[in-house]
Each structure stands twice: as structure tokens, then as C-alpha cells.
Design a protein around this ligand. Sequence first.
Ligand code: URA
Ligand code: SF4
Length: 205
Amino acid sequence: MTAADYVPARGGLAALRRAAADCHGCALYKDATQTVFGEGPSDARLMLVGEQPGDREDVEGEPFVGPAGKLLDRALKEAGIDRAEVYLTNAVKHFKFTLPERGKRRIHKKPSQGEVTACRPWLQAELDRVKPELVVCLGATAASALLGSGFRLTRQRGEIVSLPDGSGIPALATVHPSAVLRAPDREEAYQGLVADLAVVARHQA
Ligand code: URA
Ligand code: SF4
């Protein structure tokens, strides 16, 4: 089972979003509140891809609205990129979490390779509709979903490569904003993210 059985052949982003709300392409829909589909203009020149929605995104139904999203907003602004002009999405569209104890905060759990593969048709459909001029992978999950499992974020971050999907769309991978929040030297990690986004801004200029 994958999302391929749910992706409509026709229609724009609105049709995709409607269909994704009922996706049962993997088991993650069962415990999550809702599908968190991508968001942004259908003619966006830039697409940013994260890992999966977090706790806030799961509740609100929009990508990057929690703490990682706030940090991303700040980094985008600092790099001179207008978030309103960006199409923002995730490699996996449902929140995966563990519930340590009753009443405790839900803890984000990394999606499996199988879940990333199951959800990949939605990401491909978004790419096909938006046709961005550049794709930014935020973190290793998005990088592996889009650039293949051979891609090494530590060695190749900030480097402009081509999507191997036949589209030839240029792509770049950088750290995930959540990794910045967890980094021992947060300021250094943040400046690294801003520097990579500045490469993106220059590419778009
Ligand atoms: N982290 C992600 O990867 N995506 C979101 O939408 C929020 C947090
Ligand atoms: Fe479908 Fe993706 Fe949600 Fe799995 S995570 S149910 S494939 S939308």
C-alpha cells in the first residue's frame, strides 16, 4: 500500500489536498489528527521540504507552524526570502509520535523508510504541479526522499545538485530547523542554516 492509490490523476493543488485528507497509504493516518498537506502558491519558484508535521502542525493542519517553523521563518527572513512566496511541504504528511505516558506531551518519532516511500507520491504530485525552479531539502529525511539514500547531508549540504526524478530541477539540502533547536551550539547551527538559505536566495535572484 502506498499513497499512489489516492493521488488523483487530474486537478491542481486543491484537488491533491482534498484527496490527501483521506489517504490511507500507510498506517500513520490512524493515530494522527489530520493530513498536513503542503501550502503555498501553485506558481512558487521555491519549494521547501521538511520531514513530517510536528505536534502543532498536526493540530493546526498547516506545515511549519510550531517551534521549528518559527525558527525557519526567522532564518528565511534573514536570508532575504519571503515565506509567503514559498511552497512549504513535508516528505511525510502525517505526524508520527510516541505517547510516553497518559497526559504527557506527544514525542516526535522519525518516519521509517517505508513510510517515506509510501508518502512519496504526494511529494511527486506537488513537484509536478508547482514545478519550482529550486527545491530545498530540510534535513536528512527530505534529502533521502528526494535525492536518494546515497546522499550524505554532512558532506553535500549547501551544494546544488539535480533532482534524480528526471525533471532536472536543481535542489539543495541543508539542516532541519529542529536540528538547529537541538544543536549544542545553537547559534552556530542557525548561522549555518541562514548561510545555506542565502545560497538559495542568490540562486533565485
Ligand atoms: N518539522 C517538519 O519537518 N515539518 C513541519 O511541518 C514541522 C516541523
Ligand atoms: Fe498517506 Fe502519507 Fe499519511 Fe501515510 S503519511 S497515510 S502515505 S498521507
